[in-house]
Structures are given as C-alpha cells and as structure tokens.
Design a protein around this ligand. Sequence first.
Ligand SMILES: Cc1cc2nc3c(=O)[nH]c(=O)nc-3n(C[C@H](O)[C@H](O)[C@H](O)COP(=O)(O)OP(=O)(O)OC[C@H]3O[C@@H](n4cnc5c(N)ncnc54)[C@H](O)[C@@H]3O)c2cc1C
Length: 299
Amino acid sequence: MNSSSILLELKKIFPAKNILIDEPMKNHTTFQIGGPADFVVIPENQKQISHLIACLPNTDFFVIGNGSNLLVSDKGIRGVVIKINNNMNKITQNNNTLICQSGALLSRIASFALKCGLGGFEFAAGIPGTLGGAVVMNAGAYGREIKDVVVQTQYIDFCGNIRQVTQHDFGYRTSIFSDIKAIITECTLSLHQKNKDEIKAEMLKLAQQRRSKQPLEYCSAGSIFKRPQGSYAGKLIEDAGLKGYRIGGAVVSDKHCGFILNDDNASFDDVMSLIKHVQSEVYKKFGVHLDTEVKICGL
Ligand SMILES: Cc1cc2nc3c(=O)[nH]c(=O)nc-3n(C[C@H](O)[C@H](O)[C@H](O)COP(=O)(O)OP(=O)(O)OC[C@H]3O[C@@H](n4cnc5c(N)ncnc54)[C@H](O)[C@@H]3O)c2cc1C
C-alpha cells in the first residue's frame, strides 16, 4: 500500500489531530533523537486500534509509549507508529487491584495508588515510561520489577484480535511481549493496603536517591546497557576510564556512567558509535560483553 492509500485509511479511523505525517521521532523520545516516521497515530480507544490493524493488513507497525527506552535512527521509521499515551490512561480501583490503561504513566499510577492507600508500586514512580512500555521491558528499580505487581494484561495482536495473558514469562528486562508483536491496552495490578504516610515517605526517599545518582536534567534513555551478571555496567564503564567520553554530541555521563546523554544535538550515529566504543573497551579490559537495554529501532 502506498503512502496516500495508507493516509486515506487512517483518516477513516482517526480524527486529523491524531494523525501526524512525516513526524520527527525525536519529538517522541526522551533521547530527543530520531528521524521522521511516515505516520504516527495516537489512538483514543481499543476499537480504533483493532480497526487500524484490520484496515492496513500489510503495513509495518511500531508501538511506542513514552519513548523513554528508545534510540531511533535518523532515517526514521517506515510505516505507522502507534503511540499509546495519555489518550488511553484511565485508572480504576477495585479493592486491592488497579485496572490501568496501558498509556498511563507509571508516575501517575503511583500517585493514584498513594491516594487509594495501596502500596507496592512506589518503586516505579520515578521510571519515566508508560505501563505498556514497562510491561514489555519488565521495568524495575530498587529491587522490584513490574512482574511483582502485574497479574493480567490485555492486548491486541497484529491480526486485530483482543487477547489476555496472565503468564507473562518475565525475565530481566524481558517479557512475553519481547517476542510477540502486540499492542498492550490494559493491565491489572495487584497491590496491598498500606499506610499513606509510609507510601509517601518511600516515594520521596526513592525520588531523592534517583536525583542524586542519575543525570535527570539531560536527554537520555536511562541505562543504555543491561546489568551484566555479577557487576554493574556503570562501574565497568567508569573503571574502563570512559567517564565523560564523548563522540560528537553523545557523552558518557560523569554522574552515572551507565547513561549516555544527548548533550549537544547528538545524532543516532554518535550514540551508536559511543555504544560500540564502550562495549569494545569494556570487553578488552574486563572480558564482559555489555548488552544494550535501550531498544534500537528504524535501522
Ligand atoms: C531518566 C530515565 C530513567 C530510567 N530509569 C529506569 C529504571 O529505573 N528502570 C527501568 O527499568 N527503566 C528505566 N528507564 C527506561 C524506561 O523508562 C523504561 O524501559 C520504560 O518502561 C519504557 O516505557 P515507555 O512507555 O517509555 O516505552 P517505550 O520506550 O516507548 O518503548 C519501549 C518498548 O516497549 C514497547 N511498547 C511501548 N508501549 C507499548 C504498548 N502499549 N504495547 C506494546 N508495546 C509497547 C516498544 O515497542 C518498545 O519495544 C529510564 C529511562 C530514563 C530516560
């Protein structure tokens, strides 16, 4: 299907304000890097997503949430990017569970849980992603992961069927959704009753820790590498003498060496070259291969 036929179909499903054409992906990633996507669509409900999949059967789709774990090529992304964000962010409480649409930010879910007096989600308050992205990544911090709270996920498969899973095959920064193509639309979180002051105190403590250790004032995708077994990527990178190492506009943070920052209009190639340099130096010095945690897309 050519671009004008795709656009015709998109216009049948989405209001004009929810269709972005030739849209720079740097506007949709926390790295602020990435060339144009042919189309970005921002659904408001599940029905629009099912229609989209049904009406464009041979089109490439790529799903994003808050773009906080993405490194997108300067060439951009061909096909249709489906952005699940605050247009789909309803949260409802049912006793000790929260039923959340996947576009809800983790920070918002954490505030909602606090208001309900429900504990168990404090660890996620400072992770700058949506629930959908967090389930795909099994996002985690401070010894806890999304796998500890998600009990059910609803998604639309790439044939347009609405499905549910309770077994997520979670691993370290992986889930069943690392392998199957799907658009996550809703998750059920199981939390527990907790004193609101204690929840608040825990959230404040973790936010302070994050601020003191992470370069939050810069554009990045968080930790660029997965934690290797028995060590920390940031420590190995620092011990390899790479603190502050720069290629073009991309630089290894001197506050947290596991972060690569877009310090000065970094290009995709700047970041990729820096990733490869870091991997090769760390391997030479310590024999450890650093796998990327960030999802590299649009190659
Ligand atoms: C400053 C900073 C700090 C961070 N700290 C942490 C941390 O402490 N712990 C941690 O684990 N991560 C951390 N991250 C990384 C990131 O926030 C998480 O991986 C987050 O879960 C990604 O969510 P997202 O909505 O931004 O997903 P995106 O980056 O948009 O996408 C990530 C992956 O999920 C897929 N995806 C997104 N939404 C959906 C959906 N609805 N349906 C299907 N697939 C979907 C995408 O295709 C992609 O493969 C940090 C990032 C930054 C910038």
